[in-house]
Ligand binder design. Structure first.
Ligand code: FAD
Ligand code: 2HG
Ligand code: ZN
Length: 462
């Protein structure tokens, strides 16, 4: 073969072994299509190194052979950034799956990039500690992918997003060199902060191989409530009041009407509380001791803002309430292939946004449906637009919704990143000077455009 793949494969055999070089279409298919099925690519090769040294050599040899690389963790990303849409080699981190013993004194742990969130959670639970970020893809998404996307999830109001959890990082750069700074010192002003730079870099600046994570005491006292509201304004006002009054507030999640009806249909359930409402909040309080009284008093003081309430104190009733929120993405996937828009708005703009978006979409495509839900405590709304009969909606709806979010002063990507899906919209939030600075950083660290060269930055001619 003269395409260079066979030569590369023979060099890589000596590094990762035959079993971890996949070339057949049936073996590479799962690495080439994203979780939603919207982004389908092709790759000449999937490589699965077992450790940092192997990964560094793979990067060096692949770059030398002239191939670009898409780093891939759990492939649960939602913006088309984890799959080879331009014939790249896929570098899977799944074998970097080692967790070091928990440092109980520092309340920190060092994990391989390919450790899934659920594995990391189970590992630190043995020391009664928690990872600060939690999300519904926990069984598949990896620590490396979560850092690379700066994942948010359901506890950002308490602990911040993934960037806030990373105290140290190890990564392989585009030339195969390794940067490693894993001491986990809380104070360390010795120059540029690589965890910050790599968090949210979406595989464009380096391949994360290990991370030193800050941990949090596991809070055993838990109370979950579902509150129903007649309108979006009331849900926003209640969220703000609860953020002020409930010191143990852990999550403040939202489901709007059409998304609630879809998830109920999917799990074959009636709407659990306030059947005719417009919005539902899932509120969780977590504390060392039972936070039920604190939460109940705060909900009481919301008075007539709230139409109806359901409360879960034991683990099965809490899980029952959470499923309405956690299964929305699955319910949408079962209905078709949506366009996923993920925006943040300031609190004063949320109600306008949620109320206006359905008419903005239907003005472009009357047959499209809009499902909205998200992390209301962070101002983060997930807008899923589905074309008639589950097909993809026209691209024009993305532009219209994102332009509206930007016009209201919001962000066009709250937590999922830019990937390939949003890169041509980056200018809505970032000035040309900022995008120029992004390109300069990329060029300095990856002059040959080896690492995920088709994500995040808009095409040069746009
Ligand atoms: P991948 O999908 O494999 O990759 C994502 C990006 O990171 C790609 O650009 C890839 O190139 C890069 N990358 C992966 N690993 C590395 C590495 N080691 N070094 C450098 N770059 C790398 N996201 C949220 O923020 N909040 C949520 O609440 C949330 N909920 C979700 C629920 C469901 C059901 C699903 C399917 C997804 C959800 N997501 C959520 C999106 C997704 O799970 C997160 O973005 C997650 O962090 C991606 O991790 P991953 O390992 O699957 O990364
Ligand atoms: C969530 O919060 C995820 O559930 C997925 O970020 C959002 O499916 C989506 O649009
Ligand atoms: Zn989310």
């Amino acid at each position: 073969m003269s395409d260079g793949v066979s030569e590369l494969v023979s060099k890589l055999k000596g590094v990762v072994g035959d079993n971890h070089l996949l070339r057949e279409a049936d073996l590479t298919a799962g690495y080439s299509t994203d979780w939603t099925g919207r982004f389908q690519g092709r790759t000449p090769l999937v490589v699965r190194p077992a450790n940092t040294a192997e990964l560094a050599e793979v990067v060096m040899l692949t770059a030398e052979a002239g191939f670009a690389i898409v780093p891939q963790g759990g492939n649960t990303g939602l913006v088309g950034g984890s799959v080879p849409l331009n014939g790249e080699v896929v570098l899977s981190t799944m074998r970097l799956n080692d967790c070091q013993p928990v440092d109980q004194l520092a309340q920190q742990v060092t994990c391989g990039a390919g450790v899934t969130l659920a594995q990391a959670q189970a590992h630190v639970a043995s020391a009664s500690l928690d990872i600060g970020v939690d999300l519904a893809a926990r069984d598949s998404c990896t620590i490396g992918g979560m850092i690379a996307t700066n994942a948010g999830g359901i506890n950002v109001i308490r602990y911040g997003a993934m960037r806030e959890q990373v105290l140290g990082i190890e990564a392989v750069l585009a030339d195969g060199s390794v940067i490693s700074h894993l001491e986990g010192l809380e104070k360390d002003n010795t120059g540029y902060h690589f965890p910050s730079l790599l968090a949210g870099s979406e595989g464009t600046l380096g391949i994360i191989t290990k991370a030193r994570l800050r941990l949090h005491p596991h809070l055993t006292g838990r109370c979950t409530a579902m509150l129903a509201f007649d309108n979006v304004d009331d849900a926003v006002a209640a969220t703000s009041a609860l953020r002020r009054s409930v010191t143990s507030l852990h999550s403040a999640e939202v489901i709007f009407r059409d998304a609630m009806h879809l998830v109920c249909e999917h799990i074959n359930s009636a709407v659990p509380v306030g059947a005719n409402s417009e919005a539902w909040l899932i509120i969780e309080a977590a504390a060392p001791s039972d936070p039920t009284e604190e939460l109940a008093a705060a909900i009481d003081s919301l008075g007539r803002l709230v139409v109806d309430v359901g409360v879960g104190v034991d683990s099965s009733s809490r899980k029952n309430l959470w499923q309405y929120r956690e299964k929305v993405t699955e319910a949408i996937a079962a209905a078709g292939t949506p366009h996923k828009l993920d925006v943040t708005l300031g609190a004063s703009k949320l109600a306008d946004f949620v109320t206006e978006v359905p008419s903005i979409v239907s003005a472009i495509d009357e047959g499209s449906s809009v499902y909205m839900f998200g992390h209301l405590g962070d101002g983060n709304v997930h807008v899923n637009v589905m074309g008639n009969a589950g097909v993809e909606p026209p691209e024009a709806v993305d532009a219209a919704v994102l332009e509206y979010a930007a016009k209201l002063g919001g962000s066009i990507s709250a937590e999922h990143g830019i990937g390939t899906a949003k890169k041509e919209f980056l200018h809505l939030n970032r000035t040309s000077a900022e995008i120029f600075a992004f390109r300069s950083i990329k060029h300095a660290l990856d002059p040959r455009q080896i690492l995920n060269p088709h994500v995040l930055l808009p095409s040069e001619d746009s």
